[in-house]
Design a protein around this ligand. Structure first.
Ligand code: KG4
Ligand code: ZN
Length: 380
């Protein structure tokens, strides 16, 4: 098959996104409508609200993705949509619309796992830079608001296979960023603001004990066929931050900040800095340092144990500056090449869905018309 233009649609969480990607190697358009403003007053994503916002946005977002790409409904070669994991009601909006379009236009429809999409965001980024050489196996850390997963990925011709070798036992890393930000009245989502505030604090000021993983994961196979696992846990550090806030009497200053920031429509970094004392900045920087160190250390231990030849780091938290620097530094010391998507392709987007669909189009792996959303969809 010659090259193909795929229209990707993504609606698994709080971003309504559509994109046209050429042959898994070139982003022709990439439209992302973020619902952050709608969810911000609640300090997190409200599922019903997300579905309603997707319903409002999906048609204009898809239209804009086609227009930006200079394409029409008729000119695209295939459609791709996120099947899961994610919020069921949110996923259904994208799936329903993609199915209707595919049926009306008589075009092939491809169902994509959101986590596979995050992995293909890295490949898409590298192909755009004309880098097509990747050594296998690839170890991919998918780290976002909903996931902290390690996958060993292999490619045989058009077929990609994934083996999960680690995941979080409780909170995802991005969830920890979001919950700590909420606790400290720093708004939603927490990752970007903690990232920026951290450079203003002392990351060695507060010591957090390393995460303890005492019990084997219930999801492990007990027949001994599974190799070593590299699991994560981030609910402990969140509780440690809460305890620190209580022991150091930070409630009053948090409430003062909440009030002050609520009066500003779109607070900028300077506004946050004005309302954060040294203790808060040190706490935030130390939290980020502890979380990043744990992610990097465990991922590199997994890479050594699995003889990974290449490392991918992807998902919303992969936008974090300290995480990128630490991975670049520490992986280089081990002679391990590490790749990230650009920041717009790190957080949720539809280009990664269209890119992951391309090998499936070549393999003619099309979705059955009766497929539905899979909120807890696993990869591999
Ligand atoms: O991949 P994503 O857009 O959605 C999910 O699939 O979850 O990731 C969103 C998550 C949020 O938890 C957000 O706080 C986090 O990624 N995030 C960051 C940064 N930018 C986004 N975390 C740390 N540093 C950042 N710069
Ligand atoms: Zn995601």
């Amino acid at each position: 098959m010659a090259g193909a233009y795929i229209l990707g649609i993504e609606s698994s969480c709080d971003e309504t996104a559509a994109s046209v990607v050429y042959s898994g190697e070139r982003v022709v358009s990439n439209v992302i409508f973020s619902q952050i403003a709608a969810h911000q007053p609640y300090g997190g994503v409200v599922p019903e609200l997300a579905s309603r916002e997707h319903l409002k946005a999906i048609v204009p977002v898809v239209r804009k993705a086609l227009a930006d790409a200079g394409q029409t409904y008729q000119s695209i070669d295939a459609l791709a949509v996120t099947q899961g994991p994610g919020l069921a009601g949110a996923l259904l909006v994208g799936i329903g619309y993609a199915k209707a379009l595919a049926f009306a236009l008589d075009k092939p429809l491809i169902a994509v796992n959101h986590l596979e999409g995050h992995i293909h965001a890295v490949l898409l980024e590298e192909r755009q830079k004309k880098n097509r050489e990747m050594d296998f196996p690839v170890l991919a850390l998918v780290v976002s608001g909903g996931h902290t997963h390690l996958y060993l990925a292999e490619q045989r011709e058009e077929h990609w296979s994934y083996q999960n070798i680690g995941h979080t036992r409780d909170d995802a890393a991005g969830e920890a960023f979001d919950k700590v930000a909420k606790l400290l009245a720093l708004g939603y989502p927490g990752g970007p603001i903690i990232d920026r505030l951290s450079t203003h604090g002392d990351p060695t000021a507060v010591k957090f004990p390393p995460a303890q993983l005492k019990h084997r994961d219930r999801k492990d196979k007990s027949d001994g066929t599974e190799g070593p696992r590299f699991d994560f846990s981030y609910s402990g550090i969140k509780t440690a931050v809460l305890r620190y806030v209580e022991v150091h009497d930070m409630r009053t200053s948090i409430e003062a900040r909440r009030k002050a920031l609520s009066m500003i429509a779109e607070p900028r970094l300077e506004d946050y800095l004005l309302h954060c004392d040294r203790k808060t900045l040190d706490l935030v920087a130390s939290f980020q340092r502890a979380l990043v160190s744990d992610l990097v250390m465990k991922t590199l231990a997994a890479a050594r144990a699995c003889n990974a030849a290449t490392l991918f780091v992807t998902g919303g938290v992969a936008a974090n500056n300290e995480l990128r620097q630490r991975f670049e530094q520490d992986a280089a010391m081990e002679g391990l090449p590490v790749y990230f998507p650009s920041r717009p392709l790190s957080t949720d987007n539809a280009a990664m869905i269209a890119a992951a669909a391309y090998p499936k189009l070549l393999a003619r792996e099309f979705a059955a018309m009766d497929f539905s959303a899979e909120a807890g969809m696993a990869l591999g």
